[in-house]
Ligand binder design. Structure first.
Ligand code: COI
Length: 355
């Protein structure tokens, strides 16, 4: 074992990198060689280590398996044009990780531990950061309750882990969505703003019904009245109304997306109006009818931007005519250029990983 600061590193004896076809990567299928683990016990984080990727051994009583104390983050490491490796805005993800932890009554992760773990993990796995533009290493920090108890209570023990998966360019085909009015992703006062496993588990059934009805995803609406747009599938959602980029304002039922925030910043700096506000379904319908809704897209780490081509509202389908020079594609290019180091990173978004 090599000891680096407080993180012990045990390297694999045989890397799987030479066996990987980096031109055929399926999202989240392949793990890298290692994983990071720290355990929270007796009120402190301990045994921080990077070890060869393997299965875990857990008590079947582990609280996280029963009552849903599980949270996660998603972020990406890129190989820049000059060969350096950078992680996109990891400190934003750390902030949100701890916001999620507080909501789920879980232990928070100190900044030093999170950043040190991430840095050393990505440095060790640098060979796994794909070399082709548009590809990246998807990083998945997560935490779950590990105390062995069946009583419903906040766990006194947690695992904080980081795993990673190389991913190819995400050529998202324009999607068909339906405004969901039977089911809800999150309710006011619930856990929608936290990145907890349950939000995703609960979305699977309505998403499956939507697929059966011929849609790719749902446009989530508020749980109480189903009359305001909230998110799109597992992503934030944005519209271009005329020359203004409009997205639902943050609330207890909407995730504070890092991609969302980056897009709003870029759109504003490109001279477009930006509005974070309530988006009534009725307004969206009106704008689809009169043509002032020019674009609609999902925004998230995995896809970056997912163009929406069809929106179904109360059974009526509207088509958006997606142009090649659409604003969403211009923003996507600008963001990609910053991440690749082709354009100056005036926002300080790239976190460089020293090897
Ligand atoms: C994202 O869009 O980045 C997400 O959070 C989806 C993820 C669950 C794969």
């Amino acid at each position: 074992m090599i000891v680096t600061s407080n993180i012990q590193i045990q390297k694999t004896t045989r890397s799987r990198v030479p066996e990987v076809d980096f031109s055929k990567l399926e999202f989240g299928k392949l793990s890298t060689d290692h994983m990071f683990i720290a355990e929270y016990r007796a009120g402190e984080w301990q045994d921080a280590r990077i070890v060869p990727f393997s299965n875990l051994s857990l008590s079947p009583f582990a609280l996280g398996l029963h009552y849903g104390q599980t949270i996660f983050e998603g972020m990406k490491a890129f190989r820049m044009a000059d060969g350096n490796i950078s992680i996109f805005r990891p400190e934003k993800n750390l902030e949100r990780f701890n916001i999620s932890a507080r909501r789920m009554c879980m232990a928070e992760v100190p900044k030093d531990l999170f950043m040190d773990a991430l840095h050393q993990f990505v440095a060790l796995e640098h060979e796994w950061v794909p070399k082709t533009e548009g590809s990246s290493l998807y990083l998945r920090p997560f935490m779950f309750a590990s105390e062995a108890r069946l009583g419903v209570k906040p766990s006194d023990e947690y695992y904080f882990m980081i795993v990673a998966s190389p991913v190819g360019p995400y050529y998202s085909q324009p999607v068909k969505v339906k405004v969901e009015t039977d089911y809800a992703r999150a309710a006011e006062g619930g856990t929608g703003y936290a990145k907890c496993g349950g939000n995703y588990g609960g979305s699977l059934y309505p998403a499956m019904l939507a697929r059966k009805a011929g849609f790719d995803q749902v446009l989530w609406t508020d749980a109480k009245t189903h009359s305001f747009i909230e998110e799109s599938g597992t992503m934030n959602v944005m519209f271009r109304f005329g020359d203004v980029v409009v997205t639902p304002s943050l609330s207890s039922s909407i995730l504070d997306g890092v991609t969302r925030d980056s897009i709003l910043t870029l759109a504003e700096d490109m001279g477009y109006g930006v509005e974070e506000r309530e988006v009534p379904v009725a307004e969206l319908e009106q704008r689809l009818q009169d043509g002032s809704c020019k674009e609609a897209f999902g925004a998230g780490t995995a896809a970056l931007i997912a163009p929406i081509e069809y929106i179904n509202i109360h059974g009526e389908s509207y088509r958006l005519n997606i142009q090649q020079d659409a604003l969403m594609y211009q923003i996507k290019k600008r963001l990609t250029d910053i991440r690749m180091g082709n354009t100056e990173d005036i926002y300080g978004w790239n976190y460089l990983v020293k090897l």
